[in-house]
Design a protein around this ligand. Structure first.
Ligand SMILES: [Zn+2]
Length: 733
């Protein structure tokens, strides 16, 4: 799961989990906790949703009459304060007053109250400005840091393997103590004092002017961004409600596989198999590559047909999560179930069985998340659409940049070469579902059982892992001094779940590595995850405790911390003293990642285009959105996939459940792959993992291109992935 600290914040909005199996958790709130559309994520999957409850929407934008009064006030104050502080302060003052006025509401007071704030709190000399800047760095660290600790304590029992979780523990874990900080800071005028004195910038300004900024200027900008929106809690609740509602739809969208029948009435899938759209359906396609094609191929084709009917909503409404109905996805016929394999789960049998299609509910849910997001627009002046907030605040990257990077991958001349290789390995022509081909894997030198035996013996408890952590870090390439320092600054706890990394929010507190240790010790999977999470924790130590300004702490976005964690994870066998992966298995991994990036980049492009369509057609009906999305999915397919798959008008790129409830999250995955390859390439080139990791991690949460230029000399881009793929193609033929 991800939430975030002060400035690892918005950034981490959008957690990216490029290789599914791990999770990183940061403190529970984002920059300031109003922005509920920053969804916390759990384990490679969906949103753990937000507060739900509806409250009538009260719009509280400044009234026109008040605006006129404020304009008069601003002119008066400009004359007065320029006389006091000198001509040099005019531009700062003008900008600051405008920023305050943009967020001022009737309940904040009349023109006299506005004048009072400006007159009292404008820092017109450097000494006062420095004092304000330093105080806010100190205070934000204290607030975010302690809020992190409080949240960690509230979730202590439910997160850790410490015995019974009582119902009251769940209530405690669900409480977010920081929920009202933003409101409080506007109420007590602290937010206005910051807005009066420090510049809010758009990403475009940061990218064009930032090249010449000092670290202090970046830190000032980051400070002001904490207050760049003031979303009424009623709006946040609407967003939370839409997200919760869409998540509920996604969470129960199961297909009962034993009830799929082919034209000869065969059931291809085992009893009780219930697959969630789209994750489990996709993973079933992947799992079937290991079967005899005579068995696997018909199953894969059938899953594809199910997915297509979900995207175009020709799926009979009666078959969704219903074990009482048999369904032929080719003819779309439905019949009462001839076998019973459920034990009261799923929806009840329909009173009257028809194959009436699902009434575009999927698209109705998407529209409701769009409309809720749109309510935020007027309160977010520097990023007034959800698309901008997602890219420019969440990722700190312009959408146009991301789009061209994704297009570079999907139109790469390497795609047909890798496709040929897949056809050769499959011994047949590609079919559309082969976008999920997962056969690039080499047989490991050790069995899972052998590995389990090694790790169980070595790590009978979480404490044993902690005791060995400095050795592991030396094994990764840190000096003894650094390894011992890091080990002393990371706590290790026994996790209830599979493990996660929980960052700290202030320098006096340590990040926590949560690791799963079974009764008979830590199994290999647990060890592999622990090493990954340790990568997050080491990043967290450097990017918080070694940062020059608190508001710059963290990394640009979640993809970066994931990429750094993968660097650790890839070395887990070496850390056990076993042989490192062969050149062949590394090449296989690269091809696997390349093909996965090709797939998910297309999915992301579809979601991006869908959001633009919704902004262009805000009053669309669910049916109109469906028609448009199906067309978008076909268009992207026809442009970048049809030439490789020799089939047109496939809609599979529209199947991801993230599109329903995750608010434009999907682009994180392909970006995460690209970043991971860049970081891995740099560390490999330099050879000194410990020193390179530290140098990269302590740069802070500047925009990705700046961060990457500092780390590798080049901005974020596809070239490292493409280069590695080209090389892998010379190894695997
Ligand atoms: Zn992770």
């Amino acid at each position: 799961m991800v939430a975030a600290t002060a400035n690892r914040n918005a950034l981490r909005t959008a957690s990216t989990m490029p290789r599914d199996q791990h999770e990183v958790r940061l403190p529970r709130f984002s920059r300031l906790p109003t922005t509920n559309y920053r969804l916390p994520f759990r384990k490679g999957c969906p949103v753990k949703t937000l507060l739900a409850a509806a409250v009538a929407l009260v719009l509280t934008m400044p009234a026109l009459a008040q605006q006129t009064n404020m304009n008069e006030s601003m002119q008066k104050l400009e004359t007065e304060l320029v006389a006091k502080y000198g001509e040099g302060q005019r531009a700062r003052l003008q900008r600051g007053m405008k920023q305050v006025a943009a967020f001022w509401r009737a309940e904040d007071g009349d023109a006299a109250a506005f004048e009072d704030v400006v007159r009292t709190h404008f820092a017109g000399d450097q000494e006062t400005l420095d004092a304000l800047f330093n105080r806010m760095q100190f205070i934000l660290e204290s607030i975010y840091g302690h809020m992190t600790e409080i949240s960690r304590d509230l979730q202590w029992q439910s997160d850790l393997d410490l015995g019974t979780v009582y119902p009251f523990d769940e209530v405690l874990a669900g409480y977010t103590p920081s929920a009202h900080i933003t409101d409080d800071f506007f109420d007590n005028k602290i937010a206005f004092i910051v807005l009066l004195n420090f510049p809010i910038t758009t990403l475009e300004e940061r990218l064009t002017e930032g090249e010449n900024w000092s670290r202090r200027q970046w830190a000032e900008t980051a400070l002001a961004l904490n207050f760049s929106k003031r979303i009424p809690s009623s709006v946040n609740l609407e967003v939370g409600k839409a997200a919760a509602d869409a998540s509920q739809y996604v969470a129960t969208y199961n297909i009962w596989m034993h009830h799929l029948v082919d034209d000869k009435n065969n059931r291809l899938f085992p009893a009780k198999m219930r697959l969630l759209e789209h994750w489990n359906l996709r993973d079933e396609i992947k799992a079937n590559y290991s079967l005899d094609p005579k068995v696997g191929l018909p199953k894969q084709r059938m899953v594809q047909r199910v997915m297509e009917r979900i995207v175009d909503q020709t799926i009979p409404d009666a078959v969704v999560d219903n074990p009482h109905v048999d369904w032929n996805p080719y003819t779309n016929d439905v019949k009462p179930a001839a076998v019973n394999d459920s034990e009261g789960e799923g929806r009840p049998a329909p009173a009257k069985l028809t194959n009436t299609r699902e009434p575009d509910t999927r698209y109705a849910k998407i529209l409701s998340t769009f409309r809720a997001s749109k309510l935020v627009d007027p309160y977010s002046p520097t990023a007034p659409t959800h698309i901008q907030r997602s890219f420019e605040e969440g990722r700190q990257m312009l959408e146009s940049r991301v789009q061209s990077m994704l297009e570079e991958v999907v139109s790469s001349p390497l795609v047909p070469r890798v496709a040929k290789l897949i056809e050769k390995r499959l011994g047949r022509k590609l079919e559309p579902f082969d976008i999920w081909y997962n056969g690039f894997r080499s047989r490991g030198a050790y069995t899972e059982d052998q590995l389990d035996a090694i790790t169980r013996k070595r790590y009978p408890t979480a404490a044993a892992y902690k005791a060995d952590m400095a050795n592991l870090l030396v094994g990764l390439g840190f000096t003894k001094e650094r390894a011992e320092y890091l080990s002393a600054n990371i706590e290790v706890d026994p996790a209830r779940g599979s493990g996660h990394a929980l960052g700290s929010g202030r320098r006096g507190d340590n990040p926590h590595l949560r690791t799963r240790v079974g009764k008979d010790g830590m199994d290999y999977k647990g060890f592999n995850i622990a090493v990954h999470e340790m990568g997050h924790n080491v990043e967290q130590v450097f990017s918080l405790k070694h940062i020059d300004y608190y508001t710059l702490q963290g990394v640009p976005n979640t993809a970066f911390t994931e990429a750094l964690a993968f660097v650790f994870q890839a070395k887990d066998l070496e850390l056990l003293g076993l042989a490192k992966p062969s050149a062949e298995s590394r090449a296989m991994q690269t091809l696997n990642d390349f093909w996965g990036t090709y797939e998910i980049a297309g999915v992301a492009l579809v979601e991006m285009k869908m959001w633009h369509w919704m902004y262009d057609h805000p009053d669309a009906t669910p049916e109109q959105l469906k028609t448009a999305t199906v067309q978008i999915a076909k268009d992207v397919w026809n442009q970048y996939y049809a030439p490789v798959f020799n089939k047109k008008d496939v809609v599979l790129l529209g199947v991801y459940a993230h599109m329903v409830n995750n608010f434009l999250y999907l682009p994180n995955y392909p970006i995460g792959h690209l970043i991971a390859f860049q970081i891995e390439e740099q560390i490999e080139k330099n050879g000194n993992l410990g020193a390179e990791f530290e140098r990269m991690a302590k740069y802070g949460s500047l925009p990705p291109d700046q961060w990457m230029k500092n780390a590798t000399g080049a901005p974020v881009g596809a070239s490292a992935l493409l280069h590695a793929t080209e090389k892998a193609l010379t190894v695997i033929k």
